[in-house]
Design a protein around this ligand. Sequence first.
Ligand SMILES: [Zn+2]
Length: 91
Amino acid sequence: MSGGPGARYGPAPGRHGLHRIRICTRDRWRCGICGGRIDPDLSPFVSDMAGSVDHVWPRWAGGGHDDGNLQAAHLRCNLAKGRRLRFEMAA
Ligand SMILES: [Zn+2]
């Protein structure tokens, strides 16, 4: 992995951050992938156990930005899911 936090976590962190808080609050800070609790105090820039917005149907596979396609997830779970799906789709 190369690049700073901005490169790892995508563009427009400010706007995305507000979105992240909104979705995580809606889902009561519970991870939609592993079911575990997400600590609202953790920043995604310092911990991969922080909350993130997961696209249930990934954007690269045509998933939309509507709330029905979004769920709260640990950053770590989110990234692991992304890698797994990419691998399965490529196989
Ligand atoms: Zn999780």
